[in-house]
Design a protein around this ligand. Structure first.
Ligand SMILES: Cc1cc2nc3c(=O)[nH]c(=O)nc-3n(C[C@H](O)[C@H](O)[C@H](O)COP(=O)(O)O)c2cc1C
Length: 212
């Protein structure tokens, strides 16, 4: 499947076939693609909770404004961003050193760079969300190629979800992504999208609209 085909086919699906299930092998295939997502300094600050069991789906639905698609979907992935920026620093940089991509001095420089954000929770949350959002989009595109439909959701209560699913405090629940097979086409065609001229600025943002 071409990326353009995956993008065209992807819709935010809510009416899933409740009889459709996703097995461990399919999950493994999916996450073998998800892990190819880019991340800042390749630090891969993401983790995923795959909610598949009926009771867990009910608990998640209760954290997500009672959105019914969670129970119809074969699975919902809770995409978490890790605000501990150094969580995977050691193996990532050991690998990069072994590949010849850096030097021990530059590794220490990178570590110092990351440590600058130790006291800046706002930045670390933004960083975690940026990276995890790319993983979520990668998940949706990879799902499409594997014949799975998906739906991104941010309609949930983060604190409730974290308590309910035992998420450690250094993580940020960034997005839910439902997965399954659409039972029918969405009830209306794809909504209007802003066009090139409205959203793309060439070289500079330009002058403020409406300025005298
Ligand atoms: C960050 C984000 C949060 C969203 N949250 C929800 C949600 O909580 N519930 C829902 O039904 N759809 C949610 N959506 C889906 C959007 O409504 C949908 O992507 C948009 O209307 C465009 O439709 P399309 O994806 O089918 O093209 C969300 C999408 C994004 C990207």
């Amino acid at each position: 499947m071409l990326v353009s085909e995956a993008l065209a086919r992807r819709r935010a699906i809510r009416d899933y076939d409740p009889a459709f299930t996703i097995g461990d092998e399919e999950l493994a295939r999916l996450f073998a693609l998800v892990k190819l997502a880019p991340s800042a300094m390749n630090l891969q600050p993401w983790e995923f909770i795959v909610v598949r069991e009926a009771a867990a789906k009910k608990r998640l639905r209760a954290c997500a404004m009672d959105q019914y698609q969670i129970e119809l979907a074969a699975a919902t992935v809770i995409v978490l961003g890790n605000t501990d920026m150094l969580a995977h620093f050691e193996p990532v940089y050991a690998d990069l050193l072994a590949l010849g991509g850096t030097t021990p001095e530059r590794v220490e420089g990178s570590r110092r760079y990351v440590r600058r954000f130790d006291g800046d929770v706002r930045y670390r949350e933004l960083w975690a969300a940026r990276n995890a959002a790319l993983a979520a989009m990668t998940l949706m595109l990879a799902a499409q190629e594997l014949g799975l439909d998906s739906g991104p959701m941010d309609g949930f209560y983060p604190d409730k979800l974290m308590a309910e699913f035992g998420v450690p405090a250094n993580f940020l629940p960034v997005m839910l992504v439902t997965l399954g097979r659409r039972a029918q086409e969405p009830p209306y065609p794809r909504q209007w999208r802003r066009d090139f001229g409205d959203m793309v600025h060439l070289d500079t943002f330009g002058e403020k609209k409406g300025r005298d």
